[in-house]
Ligand binder design. Structure first.
Ligand SMILES: [Zn+2]
Length: 301
């Protein structure tokens, strides 16, 4: 019997079936079978049954990166993740980063902080996996294994926080966002990213894509409304919701042709213009594969 406790975000105790079947267990091709995902009747979030989730302790060791078959040393991490920072920087361009104190909650090897340190004054690096700590400290970042330990020195001081593709992993997204908010200065902004449950490929490939989209490392699956709702419950104001599509038309066509991810690899006859048009189409329609929110810590009266 699969157990679902009351929703960690809103407290509701009504769950409707959302998906039952195989899900991704690590890199593409490895599957966990007969997994159960349900949708909360209160806040609309979807949740993977806890029995199938990777335990939180896996994130402080090599287990999580090994599961994804990702390189464990910082150089491997940086090579894979540096190109992805462009998407976060594009969303963050309306924020004033210059001379600010920034934090990245779940920063891994520190790729995003590397991209903003030139114009910011202090960088707070929060990362449970200690494999990365030596490199993060060597860059001059203030390193903490979790948000609670960062609070001692940084509560009320951070002006811009980032948390990119982390909230879908944590045991309680609401308390995670509350803990980040305690670090923030009044009026401080946060850039929050998570996969989008309205990803068009879920509709285009209903028999093949769900077992890639749902995965043991993601406990939570948000759409724009449920992610904004969770942020508000954690005390944030929602300033903007921005769907972001990182992959172009070639990626979608490869999925339809091969039933497998093609990453950023192109296809003959599909040029950069077609890729860009497709990205912008999915973003405008809210059907992009990622969601970014810009959140504001309200000023205390
Ligand atoms: Zn809920």
């Amino acid at each position: 019997m699969i157990q679902f406790d009351p929703c960690e975000i809103c407290g509701a105790d009504q769950w409707a079936s959302a998906y039952h079947g195989s899900i991704r267990d690590g890199a593409f091709g490895s599957l966990a079978e007969k997994a159960e995902v349900r949708q909360c009747g209160g806040c609309g979030v979807e949740r993977l049954a806890e029995d199938f989730c990777l335990p939180e302790s896996a994130y402080s060791t090599a287990e999580y990166r090994q599961k994804l078959k990702q390189g464990l040393d910082s150089q491997d991490y940086l090579k894979t993740h540096d190109p992805l920072q462009l998407h976060t920087l594009r969303v963050a361009q309306s924020l004033s980063l210059r001379d600010s104190i920034v934090a990245d909650a779940g920063c891994a090897g520190g790729s995003l902080l590397d991209h903003v340190r030139g114009i910011t004054t202090e960088q707070v690096a929060i990362e449970p996996c200690d494999i990365y700590h030596e490199r993060l400290a060597a860059q001059g970042y203030h390193v903490f294994p979790d948000l609670i330990q960062a609070t001692g020195k940084w509560a009320g001081r951070v002006e811009v926080a980032f948390s990119i593709h982390v909230v879908e992993h944590v045991p309680n997204p609401r308390s995670f966002l509350e803990a980040i908010r305690t670090l923030m200065a009044p009026g401080g902004r946060m850039v929050l990213a998570s996969p989008n449950r309205r990803d068009l490929l879920l509709d285009l490939l209903p028999d093949d894509y769900p077992q890639f989209f749902y995965r043991v490392v993601h406990r939570w699956y948000f759409d724009a409304d449920s992610l904004a709702d969770c942020a508000r419950r954690a005390g944030w104001e929602v300033e903007a919701v921005k769907p972001v599509q990182r992959y172009g038309l070639s990626n979608t066509l490869r999925w339809l042709r091969d039933k497998a991810p093609g990453g950023a690899e192109g296809l003959p006859g599909i040029n950069a213009g077609a890729d860009d048009w497709w990205k912008s189409h999915l973003e405008t329609e809210g059907r992009a594969e990622c969601l970014y929110l810009i959140l504001k810590n309200p000023r205390q009266e």
